[in-house]
Write a protein that binds this ligand. Structure first.
Ligand SMILES: [Mg+2]
Length: 457
């Protein structure tokens, strides 16, 4: 990317420069893809580090801190600590009311170490529950045969008699055997935490559920995004509604785009600030408009509302002041305290963005507007950068990123004439980024330019 001084000024809002920014960085689709770094990842992260820009990795993954820190240390060769990472369930550390409750946990084996790390002391996993009540896991025909032909043991009988009912459910991440987990979680909800209970009616309210990470998909090694924990939760919600005619309610929902995760990450990044200087501008670099960008915009609105409230209360001591809803909404979207930067190396892919295609369709120069990318659209040779300024960001999305797609125009016209031919990234105005760039390096270059411009003003 060639962000020289001539064009960077087009994108830096000189009225909003701050000397002490903090950066949230998503991992999958931004730093890594399929567990491997992009060729520019190490250089980009080192640039932030060497410029004393505090940052932390904010991922919706459910990794143990030690594992994730060691992985990132090995790949990026920097001395990270736990303060450099926020995983989807990190805010559970503050849910102390649940830490001693009997909690049923759903996740994969490699996340079991995380449960105690989050503060839970009295939990059981779904395989442990099925070990006591094997009849609950009745979908696998082979298991069914074994169950029917194997007498129960005295140990299992004792475990059933001494079973302590579940008081809450913690959904950390997608399990391996979805059919078993979906069945058992609904069993526990309908029996109010005790599978020995005979079902009488749907408990209302049902047991409290804490859920982390509603990512429907994430970018892995495959060309198309993979199902994430959000896909599992969609299944659970749909089944619960179908079976009970009741809505599944989450007592606590965390991970991006939830505000609580950004608040948690902001506190964490403050601890990394040099000399403890207050962070006065946040950047979010992410690849998923529905998750990273929406969360950053939610956080931006929240910060602006706080500042509006503080401003109103200080003015109210002098004279009464009523701000209209329109004025408030306008001011919220003009806020520059948080800037959301979308990269095109992960879930968001301009090749699937209808607005990009529409622009190409009516552009005489065709689709190869600015530069070229490799076959997987991951190794960008050059780039353009586009800013969505606050005045127009509600009405349109600027996705004028590099694109080199050879698509038959007739095929494109056919696709445009059909409903639902494209993935909708920006149906929700909160999914619209402030800035769209090709990759992490471009995003970091932009942030450092902003930062240096402010420092030398
Ligand atoms: Mg991602």
């Amino acid at each position: 990317m060639d962000l020289n001084n001539n064009n960077i000024n087009d994108y830096i809002d000189t009225t909003s420069l701050d000397e002490n920014p903090g950066v949230f960085i998503d991992i999958d689709g931004v730093v890594l893809q399929g567990g491997k770094p992009f060729e520019w990842s190490k250089e980009a992260i080192h640039a932030l580090w060497n410029n004393d820009v505090p940052f932390c990795f904010v991922t919706n993954g459910t990794y143990c801190s030690e594992t994730l820190v060691n992985t990132l240390k090995g790949i990026l060769e920097l001395p990270f600590t736990n303060d450099h990472i926020v995983v989807a369930p990190s805010p559970c550390l503050g849910l102390t009311d649940y830490h001693d409750k009997r909690v049923l946990v759903c996740c994969q084996d490699d996340s079991y170490g995380l449960i105690a790390e989050l503060g839970f002391t009295n939990y059981l996993t779904i395989p442990e529950l099925v070990e006591v009540f094997p009849e609950l896991d009745y979908i696998d025909h082979e298991k069914r045969k074994i169950l029917l032909n194997t007498p129960t043991t005295p140990e299992r009988e004792r475990a059933r008699n001494e079973f302590r009912p579940v008081e809450a459910i913690l959904l950390l991440g997608e399990p391996i055997n979805w059919e078993c987990a979906l069945q058992v979680i609904i069993d526990i909800l309908m029996t109010n935490g005790d599978p020995r209970n005979k079902f009488k009616f749907v408990p209302s309210p049902h047991l409290p559920i804490i859920a982390c990470n509603k990512d429907l998909t994430f970018k892995g090694a495959a060309a198309l995004p993979r199902f994430g924990h959000g896909a599992f939760l969609e299944c659970l919600e749909a089944l619960f509604m179908k079976i009970t005619k009741n809505e599944l309610v989450y007592e606590h929902l965390m991970g991006k785009p939830c505000l609580i995760t950004y608040q948690f990450a902001a506190e964490q990044i403050q601890r990394l600030s040099k000399n403890g200087n207050p962070i006065n501008k946040f950047f979010m670099i992410g690849d998923n408009p529905d998750v990273d960008i929406r969360g950053a915009n939610v956080f931006k609105e929240h910060l602006h509302m706080l500042s509006e409230t503080a401003s109103r209360s200080s003015r109210s001591s002098r004279r009464p002041s009523i701000i209209s809803e329109n004025e408030l909404r306008s001011s919220v979207y003009n806020s520059r305290q948080v800037e959301a930067i979308l990269v095109c190396t992960g879930v968001y892919n301009p090749q699937n963005d209808m607005l990009v295609h529409l622009r190409g369709l009516f552009n005489d120069t065709g689709f190869s507007e600015t530069s070229s990318t490799d076959e997987n659209n991951n190794s960008t040779k050059s780039t353009s950068i586009s800013r969505t300024d606050s005045s127009s960001r509600l009405a349109r999305t600027e996705s004028n990123v590099s694109l080199n797609i050879e698509i038959d125009r007739r095929e494109l016209r056919n696709a445009l004439s059909r409903k639902n031919s494209f993935i909708s990234y920006f149906d929700n105005k909160q999914n619209i980024p402030d800035l769209t760039v090709n990759n992490l390096k471009d995003a970091v270059d932009y942030i450092i330019k902003c930062c240096n411009s402010a420092r030398f003003e």
